[in-house]
Design a protein around this ligand. Structure first.
Ligand code: GRG
Length: 302
Protein backbone atom coordinates (compact mmCIF):
# COMPACT_ATOMS: atom_id res chain seq x y z
CA UNK A 1 0.00 0.00 0.00
CA UNK A 2 1.50 3.41 -0.95
CA UNK A 3 2.28 5.97 1.78
CA UNK A 4 0.05 9.11 1.79
CA UNK A 5 2.85 11.00 0.03
CA UNK A 6 3.24 8.32 -2.66
CA UNK A 7 -0.53 8.24 -3.14
CA UNK A 8 -0.55 12.03 -3.70
CA UNK A 9 2.30 11.71 -6.20
CA UNK A 10 0.46 8.93 -8.03
CA UNK A 11 -2.65 11.11 -8.20
CA UNK A 12 -0.65 14.03 -9.58
CA UNK A 13 0.89 11.82 -12.28
CA UNK A 14 -2.49 10.34 -13.19
CA UNK A 15 -4.05 13.82 -13.39
CA UNK A 16 -1.20 15.08 -15.59
CA UNK A 17 -1.63 12.04 -17.88
CA UNK A 18 -5.37 12.76 -18.12
CA UNK A 19 -4.70 16.42 -19.01
CA UNK A 20 -2.34 15.37 -21.81
CA UNK A 21 -4.55 12.68 -23.27
CA UNK A 22 -7.75 14.73 -23.19
CA UNK A 23 -5.99 17.80 -24.60
CA UNK A 24 -4.70 15.74 -27.52
CA UNK A 25 -8.23 14.46 -28.17
CA UNK A 26 -9.73 17.98 -27.92
CA UNK A 27 -7.10 19.42 -30.21
CA UNK A 28 -8.01 16.86 -32.91
CA UNK A 29 -11.74 17.47 -32.47
CA UNK A 30 -11.40 21.23 -33.08
CA UNK A 31 -8.89 21.69 -35.90
CA UNK A 32 -7.85 25.20 -36.90
CA UNK A 33 -9.30 26.22 -40.24
CA UNK A 34 -8.85 28.84 -42.97
CA UNK A 35 -12.57 28.93 -43.62
CA UNK A 36 -14.37 32.28 -43.28
CA UNK A 37 -15.93 31.11 -39.99
CA UNK A 38 -12.41 30.40 -38.63
CA UNK A 39 -12.78 32.87 -35.67
CA UNK A 40 -15.51 30.61 -34.27
CA UNK A 41 -13.08 27.67 -34.16
CA UNK A 42 -10.38 29.89 -32.66
CA UNK A 43 -12.75 31.01 -29.90
CA UNK A 44 -13.79 27.39 -29.23
CA UNK A 45 -10.16 26.33 -28.96
CA UNK A 46 -9.40 29.31 -26.72
CA UNK A 47 -12.32 28.42 -24.44
CA UNK A 48 -11.26 24.80 -24.05
CA UNK A 49 -7.52 24.49 -24.54
CA UNK A 50 -6.21 27.34 -22.37
CA UNK A 51 -5.86 25.76 -18.94
CA UNK A 52 -8.23 23.96 -16.59
CA UNK A 53 -7.75 21.08 -14.18
CA UNK A 54 -9.64 18.55 -16.34
CA UNK A 55 -11.25 17.10 -13.22
CA UNK A 56 -14.35 15.82 -15.04
CA UNK A 57 -12.31 14.07 -17.79
CA UNK A 58 -10.16 12.55 -15.05
CA UNK A 59 -13.28 11.11 -13.41
CA UNK A 60 -14.38 9.59 -16.74
CA UNK A 61 -10.97 8.01 -17.29
CA UNK A 62 -10.71 6.65 -13.74
CA UNK A 63 -14.27 5.31 -13.62
CA UNK A 64 -13.72 3.61 -16.98
CA UNK A 65 -10.59 1.90 -15.62
CA UNK A 66 -12.80 0.18 -13.01
CA UNK A 67 -14.51 -1.67 -15.87
CA UNK A 68 -11.44 -2.23 -18.09
CA UNK A 69 -12.83 0.03 -20.82
CA UNK A 70 -10.68 0.65 -23.89
CA UNK A 71 -8.91 4.00 -23.17
CA UNK A 72 -9.58 5.20 -26.74
CA UNK A 73 -13.32 5.12 -25.88
CA UNK A 74 -13.07 6.74 -22.44
CA UNK A 75 -10.81 9.48 -23.86
CA UNK A 76 -13.56 10.54 -26.26
CA UNK A 77 -16.16 10.64 -23.47
CA UNK A 78 -13.66 12.58 -21.33
CA UNK A 79 -13.32 15.11 -24.16
CA UNK A 80 -17.12 15.34 -24.50
CA UNK A 81 -17.66 16.16 -20.82
CA UNK A 82 -14.93 18.81 -20.94
CA UNK A 83 -16.61 20.37 -24.00
CA UNK A 84 -19.86 20.72 -22.03
CA UNK A 85 -17.98 22.10 -19.01
CA UNK A 86 -16.11 24.61 -21.19
CA UNK A 87 -19.36 25.75 -22.84
CA UNK A 88 -20.87 26.37 -19.40
CA UNK A 89 -17.86 28.48 -18.36
CA UNK A 90 -17.92 30.53 -21.59
CA UNK A 91 -21.62 31.29 -21.20
CA UNK A 92 -21.41 31.79 -17.43
CA UNK A 93 -18.70 34.45 -17.91
CA UNK A 94 -20.80 36.52 -20.33
CA UNK A 95 -21.91 40.01 -19.20
CA UNK A 96 -25.54 38.84 -19.07
CA UNK A 97 -24.57 36.22 -16.46
CA UNK A 98 -21.46 36.58 -14.24
CA UNK A 99 -19.77 39.31 -16.30
CA UNK A 100 -16.32 37.88 -15.59
CA UNK A 101 -13.14 39.28 -17.09
CA UNK A 102 -10.78 36.48 -16.07
CA UNK A 103 -10.99 32.71 -16.40
CA UNK A 104 -8.15 30.25 -15.95
CA UNK A 105 -5.83 33.24 -15.53
CA UNK A 106 -6.64 34.64 -18.97
CA UNK A 107 -9.21 37.07 -20.42
CA UNK A 108 -12.58 35.35 -20.77
CA UNK A 109 -13.69 34.35 -24.27
CA UNK A 110 -15.96 37.38 -24.78
CA UNK A 111 -13.07 39.68 -23.73
CA UNK A 112 -10.59 37.95 -26.05
CA UNK A 113 -13.13 37.89 -28.94
CA UNK A 114 -16.57 39.48 -28.59
CA UNK A 115 -19.87 38.59 -26.96
CA UNK A 116 -21.57 37.19 -30.06
CA UNK A 117 -18.56 35.00 -30.88
CA UNK A 118 -18.42 33.77 -27.26
CA UNK A 119 -22.11 32.89 -27.35
CA UNK A 120 -21.70 30.96 -30.61
CA UNK A 121 -18.50 29.27 -29.43
CA UNK A 122 -20.37 28.02 -26.32
CA UNK A 123 -23.23 26.72 -28.48
CA UNK A 124 -20.81 24.94 -30.80
CA UNK A 125 -18.86 23.36 -27.90
CA UNK A 126 -22.07 21.97 -26.44
CA UNK A 127 -23.27 20.49 -29.72
CA UNK A 128 -19.82 19.09 -30.53
CA UNK A 129 -19.96 17.12 -27.26
CA UNK A 130 -23.07 15.29 -28.47
CA UNK A 131 -21.56 14.75 -31.93
CA UNK A 132 -18.55 13.09 -30.28
CA UNK A 133 -20.71 10.76 -28.18
CA UNK A 134 -22.88 9.79 -31.15
CA UNK A 135 -19.84 8.76 -33.21
CA UNK A 136 -19.20 5.01 -33.43
CA UNK A 137 -15.56 5.55 -32.44
CA UNK A 138 -16.87 6.33 -28.94
CA UNK A 139 -18.37 2.84 -28.56
CA UNK A 140 -19.24 0.10 -31.02
CA UNK A 141 -22.60 -0.62 -29.37
CA UNK A 142 -25.29 1.94 -30.36
CA UNK A 143 -27.20 1.24 -27.10
CA UNK A 144 -24.18 2.38 -25.12
CA UNK A 145 -23.92 5.54 -27.24
CA UNK A 146 -27.62 6.31 -26.72
CA UNK A 147 -27.25 5.81 -22.96
CA UNK A 148 -24.28 8.18 -22.91
CA UNK A 149 -26.19 10.78 -24.96
CA UNK A 150 -29.30 10.49 -22.81
CA UNK A 151 -27.41 10.71 -19.52
CA UNK A 152 -25.32 13.70 -20.64
CA UNK A 153 -28.42 15.49 -21.97
CA UNK A 154 -30.22 15.03 -18.64
CA UNK A 155 -27.17 16.14 -16.65
CA UNK A 156 -26.64 19.30 -18.71
CA UNK A 157 -30.21 20.48 -19.33
CA UNK A 158 -33.09 22.06 -17.42
CA UNK A 159 -33.16 19.28 -14.79
CA UNK A 160 -29.38 19.52 -14.39
CA UNK A 161 -26.72 22.14 -14.99
CA UNK A 162 -28.86 24.73 -16.81
CA UNK A 163 -31.64 24.42 -14.20
CA UNK A 164 -29.00 24.87 -11.48
CA UNK A 165 -27.73 28.00 -13.20
CA UNK A 166 -31.29 29.37 -13.27
CA UNK A 167 -31.59 28.80 -9.51
CA UNK A 168 -28.20 30.48 -9.12
CA UNK A 169 -29.50 33.60 -10.88
CA UNK A 170 -32.66 33.60 -8.73
CA UNK A 171 -30.37 33.31 -5.68
CA UNK A 172 -28.94 36.74 -6.44
CA UNK A 173 -32.35 38.24 -5.63
CA UNK A 174 -33.59 36.02 -2.80
CA UNK A 175 -31.88 34.34 0.15
CA UNK A 176 -31.71 30.52 0.01
CA UNK A 177 -31.47 28.09 2.91
CA UNK A 178 -28.82 25.34 2.98
CA UNK A 179 -31.23 22.76 1.52
CA UNK A 180 -31.95 24.92 -1.52
CA UNK A 181 -28.26 25.79 -1.96
CA UNK A 182 -27.46 22.05 -1.88
CA UNK A 183 -30.12 21.29 -4.49
CA UNK A 184 -28.88 24.16 -6.68
CA UNK A 185 -25.27 22.97 -6.49
CA UNK A 186 -26.19 19.33 -7.10
CA UNK A 187 -27.88 20.43 -10.32
CA UNK A 188 -25.27 22.99 -11.36
CA UNK A 189 -22.08 21.07 -10.55
CA UNK A 190 -22.97 17.61 -9.24
CA UNK A 191 -24.92 16.26 -12.17
CA UNK A 192 -22.14 16.79 -14.72
CA UNK A 193 -19.70 15.16 -12.29
CA UNK A 194 -22.18 12.31 -11.88
CA UNK A 195 -22.24 11.89 -15.66
CA UNK A 196 -18.42 11.80 -15.66
CA UNK A 197 -18.37 9.07 -13.01
CA UNK A 198 -21.26 7.05 -14.44
CA UNK A 199 -19.76 7.21 -17.93
CA UNK A 200 -17.20 4.53 -17.03
CA UNK A 201 -19.99 2.24 -15.86
CA UNK A 202 -22.04 2.93 -19.00
CA UNK A 203 -19.06 2.24 -21.28
CA UNK A 204 -18.33 -0.93 -19.30
CA UNK A 205 -22.00 -2.04 -19.37
CA UNK A 206 -21.92 -2.47 -15.58
CA UNK A 207 -24.82 -3.36 -13.30
CA UNK A 208 -26.97 -0.77 -11.50
CA UNK A 209 -25.31 -1.17 -8.04
CA UNK A 210 -21.93 -0.07 -9.46
CA UNK A 211 -23.53 2.76 -11.40
CA UNK A 212 -25.46 3.96 -8.37
CA UNK A 213 -22.34 3.85 -6.20
CA UNK A 214 -20.49 6.06 -8.70
CA UNK A 215 -23.45 8.45 -8.97
CA UNK A 216 -23.68 8.86 -5.19
CA UNK A 217 -19.91 9.30 -4.93
CA UNK A 218 -20.11 12.06 -7.55
CA UNK A 219 -22.98 13.88 -5.84
CA UNK A 220 -21.09 14.08 -2.57
CA UNK A 221 -17.85 14.93 -4.35
CA UNK A 222 -19.59 17.65 -6.40
CA UNK A 223 -21.08 19.21 -3.28
CA UNK A 224 -17.72 19.12 -1.48
CA UNK A 225 -16.15 20.67 -4.59
CA UNK A 226 -18.69 23.48 -4.52
CA UNK A 227 -18.24 24.13 -0.79
CA UNK A 228 -14.48 24.48 -1.34
CA UNK A 229 -15.23 26.73 -4.33
CA UNK A 230 -17.26 28.99 -2.04
CA UNK A 231 -14.38 29.04 0.46
CA UNK A 232 -11.86 29.79 -2.30
CA UNK A 233 -14.07 32.65 -3.48
CA UNK A 234 -13.51 34.41 -0.16
CA UNK A 235 -9.96 33.42 0.68
CA UNK A 236 -7.95 32.26 -2.34
CA UNK A 237 -5.33 34.19 -4.26
CA UNK A 238 -6.65 35.07 -7.77
CA UNK A 239 -3.18 34.10 -9.02
CA UNK A 240 -3.97 30.51 -7.99
CA UNK A 241 -7.62 30.34 -9.04
CA UNK A 242 -7.17 32.36 -12.25
CA UNK A 243 -10.42 34.20 -11.60
CA UNK A 244 -11.60 37.27 -9.72
CA UNK A 245 -12.06 36.99 -5.95
CA UNK A 246 -15.24 37.81 -4.00
CA UNK A 247 -17.61 37.46 -6.95
CA UNK A 248 -20.25 35.66 -4.85
CA UNK A 249 -20.33 38.42 -2.22
CA UNK A 250 -20.43 41.11 -4.93
CA UNK A 251 -23.40 39.34 -6.56
CA UNK A 252 -25.10 38.96 -3.15
CA UNK A 253 -25.34 35.18 -3.60
CA UNK A 254 -26.32 32.78 -0.82
CA UNK A 255 -23.41 30.35 -0.59
CA UNK A 256 -22.37 27.63 1.85
CA UNK A 257 -19.95 30.14 3.39
CA UNK A 258 -22.46 33.00 3.70
CA UNK A 259 -25.07 30.64 5.17
CA UNK A 260 -22.99 28.33 7.40
CA UNK A 261 -19.85 30.39 8.04
CA UNK A 262 -16.38 29.35 6.86
CA UNK A 263 -15.59 26.85 9.63
CA UNK A 264 -18.90 25.00 9.39
CA UNK A 265 -18.63 25.02 5.59
CA UNK A 266 -15.19 23.39 5.78
CA UNK A 267 -16.48 20.78 8.25
CA UNK A 268 -19.34 20.01 5.87
CA UNK A 269 -16.91 19.58 2.94
CA UNK A 270 -14.83 17.15 5.04
CA UNK A 271 -17.94 15.17 5.97
CA UNK A 272 -19.04 15.02 2.31
CA UNK A 273 -15.64 13.77 1.16
CA UNK A 274 -15.66 10.96 3.74
CA UNK A 275 -19.20 10.05 2.67
CA UNK A 276 -18.18 10.13 -1.01
CA UNK A 277 -15.33 7.70 -0.37
CA UNK A 278 -17.62 5.29 1.51
CA UNK A 279 -19.79 4.89 -1.63
CA UNK A 280 -16.77 3.33 -3.37
CA UNK A 281 -16.48 0.33 -1.02
CA UNK A 282 -17.89 -2.09 -3.62
CA UNK A 283 -14.86 -1.45 -5.84
CA UNK A 284 -12.25 -2.22 -3.16
CA UNK A 285 -8.72 -1.02 -3.81
CA UNK A 286 -9.40 -0.56 -7.51
CA UNK A 287 -11.05 2.78 -6.67
CA UNK A 288 -8.13 4.14 -4.62
CA UNK A 289 -7.41 6.85 -7.19
CA UNK A 290 -11.00 8.06 -6.94
CA UNK A 291 -10.66 8.15 -3.14
CA UNK A 292 -7.47 10.16 -3.54
CA UNK A 293 -9.11 12.68 -5.85
CA UNK A 294 -11.82 13.21 -3.24
CA UNK A 295 -9.13 14.25 -0.74
CA UNK A 296 -7.60 16.50 -3.39
CA UNK A 297 -10.93 18.34 -3.76
CA UNK A 298 -10.67 19.35 -0.08
CA UNK A 299 -7.11 20.63 -0.29
CA UNK A 300 -7.21 22.28 -3.71
CA UNK A 301 -6.14 25.91 -4.04
CA UNK A 302 -7.47 26.41 -7.58
C1 GRG B 1 -25.32 26.68 -18.54
C2 GRG B 1 -24.47 29.04 -18.62
C3 GRG B 1 -24.55 27.76 -17.95
C4 GRG B 1 -23.91 27.64 -16.79
C5 GRG B 1 -23.94 26.43 -16.02
C6 GRG B 1 -21.36 25.22 -14.38
C7 GRG B 1 -21.99 26.55 -14.50
C8 GRG B 1 -23.44 26.65 -14.63
C9 GRG B 1 -21.27 27.67 -14.46
C10 GRG B 1 -19.83 27.69 -14.31
C11 GRG B 1 -19.40 28.64 -13.27
C12 GRG B 1 -19.15 28.06 -11.94
C13 GRG B 1 -18.34 28.87 -11.02
C14 GRG B 1 -19.64 26.89 -11.60
C15 GRG B 1 -19.43 26.23 -10.36
C16 GRG B 1 -18.67 25.02 -10.63
C17 GRG B 1 -17.26 25.36 -10.82
C18 GRG B 1 -16.47 25.65 -9.61
C19 GRG B 1 -16.76 25.40 -12.02
C20 GRG B 1 -15.33 25.57 -12.31
O1 GRG B 1 -14.87 24.26 -12.43
P1 GRG B 1 -13.33 23.90 -12.29
O2 GRG B 1 -12.79 24.47 -11.01
O3 GRG B 1 -12.72 24.70 -13.51
O4 GRG B 1 -13.21 22.43 -12.49
P2 GRG B 1 -11.46 24.38 -14.44
O5 GRG B 1 -11.05 25.72 -14.97
O6 GRG B 1 -10.39 23.73 -13.61
O7 GRG B 1 -11.96 23.48 -15.51
Amino acid sequence: MPSPRQAKEQLQTAMEDAVMSVNTALDKLMPQTDLAEGPLFEAMRYGVLTGGKRLRPFLVIESAKLFNVDPSCSRRVAAAVELVHAYSLVHDDLPVMDNAALRRGKPTVHKAYDEATALLAGDALLTLAFEVLADENTHGDPRVRIELLHTLAKASGAHGMVGGQMLDLIGEKEAFDVGTISRLQRMKTGMLMAFACEAGAILGKSGEPQRKALRNYAYDLGLAFQVTDDILDVEADPQDTGKDKGKDIAANKSTFVSTLGKENARARAEMLVEQAKRHLHIFGERADMMREVADYVLSRRA
